[in-house]
Design a protein around this ligand. Structure first.
Ligand code: ADP
Ligand code: MG
Ligand code: ZN
Length: 466
């Protein structure tokens, strides 16, 4: 079953379908009815509580042929297109994606033309707090003097990170976590419609685990539906938490990568005690690594069919393609052994130990590691893959700055050599820093390099960066 099915199928299309958020619905309806509609809105609150949904319904209300109305007809072209996220006047921008700046710049140019078909052109900027400073500045200019037919809905899960200058130009709407009762109600509605058999206590349990997010509740329900035959019980949820969830495999992979034998075996045994079959863990692991393989490929993310958080988790593992492939090979080679073994628990334990053996040595490093070690670590890994590159790097200075690794080299040749191996270097950085780090190369004269070295020494209490 496609995990997106439920949350998409049950995305509310009118204000009255939204669970909770009564105060938001009341004031948005009030604004629409009064005809005094502001031009910029900030929708703040935790994830999966209806921010994007409300923004789309709001857009629908404004652009419906009968609008502005609190009861959009759902039938006119505008309403139908907005339901399908295909309306030319409703533009959704993801602030978390890299091209945020370009899109905002683009926005400044297109904004002046106003609406193309509908009455309003509505920009929905998701995760607005992730925009870069430049993008914020560009946005601010637009917010100062927007054309009358343009509306902005800025959504964020992190209001504090949105600059005050932006916030003060918006009407603020604070979305709340939903109560267990509200989420249970929504789950019951969905399960009845879908004819999913589920125990009352299980509904309550999912609602509790969802921690206020309807989307999380829907996602848990979906995973259960795909695993469980018959009536979903509380016990199934325990198993889901134990051995079926992607979180379980993420944790397991983390322990494998850190070569933590005891944690790995403990995780397996806990899940077996909670009712999982070793074969089920084996299959789950194969699925997870398959997902890791696809995540690393250049496939567009929507083809991956995984929730964003899971994709982020997988990326943060910083598995190399080779690593994933060799792990998958080991697993698939052992398929018969696992299936036929009289003692599948021991067989699975053995297999997990073999996976650990593919990991060179503990790769996890605390974030506050010293730059001196960083350079050594990078050289150590590069040494085996490209000794030439390692030599060039050995002779340059290295400075870590946020999401960047600045490398200062003395001549063009060295600079070009590093840049032409960007992929290899960035993969290596990823292994060391356990997050995406961009390579940044600067050619500097010997004197300047000495200066930089001095500065770095001062920055890191005189520690040598060699
Ligand atoms: N208040 C709500 N009432 C009903 N369903 C909701 C609500 N909030 C979220 N959902 C469900 O979660 C999905 C994602 O919601 P979304 O509006 O994108 O959340 P947000 O933007 O706050 O992260 C929706 O498609 C819907 O299925
Ligand atoms: Mg959203
Ligand atoms: Zn309509």
């Amino acid at each position: 079953m496609n995990h997106r099915v439920l949350s998409l199928k049950y995305r509310p299309q009118k204000f009255d379908e939204l669970t909770g958020q009564v105060h938001i619905v009341l004031s948005l309806k009030g604004a629409i009815n009064s005809g005094r509609i502001g031009h910029a809105f900030l929708f703040a609150g935790p994830r999966g509580v209806g921010k994007t949904t409300a923004a789309r319904i709001f857009a629908k209300s404004l652009n419906c042929v009968e609008g502005p109305t609190v009861h959009p007809c759902q039938k006119c072209q505008s309403c139908r297109e907005i339901t399908l996220s295909r309306n030319i006047d409703v533009i959704e921008i993801d602030g978390a994606s890299n091209n945020g700046v370009d899109e905002i710049r683009n926005l400044r140019e297109t904004v002046q033309y106003g609406a193309l078909h509908g009455k309003y052109r509505i920009y929905i900027i998701d995760e607005v707090h992730m925009l870069s400073i430049q993008a914020f500045n560009a946005l601010l200019k637009t917010l100062e003097e927007p054309p009358p037919s343009v509306k902005f809905v800025l959504a964020t899960t992190n209001q504090e990170k949105v600059p005050q200058t932006i916030q003060s130009r918006c009407e603020r709407y604070i979305f709340k976590r939903l109560s267990i009762k509200e989420i249970s109600g929504r789950l019951k509605f969905i399960t009845e419609r879908e004819q999913i058999k589920i125990a009352e206590s299980a509904v309550h349990d999912i609602a509790t685990r969802a921690d206020g997010s309807v989307r999380d509740a829907e996602s848990i329900l979906e995973q259960l539906v795909s695993f469980v035959e018959g009536t979903i019980s509380e016990n199934d949820i325990l198993r889901l938490a134990g051995s079926m969830s992607r979180q379980f495999y993420f944790d397991l992979m983390q322990q494998i990568l850190q070569r933590n034998h005891s944690s790995v075996l403990r995780a397996l045994n806990t899940s077996i005690e909670n009712g999982a079959e070793p074969l089920e863990v084996y299959r789950g692991l194969v699925d997870y690594l398959r997902a890791a393989l696809l995540t690393g490929s250049k496939l567009p993310p929507e083809l991956l069919d995984l929730p964003e958080d899971d994709i982020k988790n997988i990326r943060s593992l910083a598995l190399s393609r080779d690593q994933v492939m060799s792990m998958l090979e080991i697993l698939l080679d052992a398929e018969d052994m696992i299936k036929r073994s009289m003692n599948s628990r021991v067989a699975t334990e053995l297999l997990l130990c073999r996976l650990i053996e593919t990991v060179e040595r503990p790769q996890g490093k605390p974030d506050n590691a010293r730059p001196a070690d960083d350079k050594q670590e990078i050289l150590r890994i590069l040494q085996t893959q490209s000794p030439k590159l390692a030599a060039v790097l050995q002779n340059s200075s290295l400075k870590v700055e946020g999401e960047k690794v600045n490398v200062y080299v003395e001549n063009d040749f060295a600079g070009k050599m590093l840049l032409s191996s960007r992929d290899l270097l960035e993969t290596t950085f990823r292994k060391i820093f356990r997050r995406g780090m961009a390579l940044h190369v600067e050619v500097v004269s010997k004197n300047i390099r000495n200066d930089i070295e001095d500065q770095i020494k001062v920055l890191f209490d005189g520690e040598e960066v060699r």
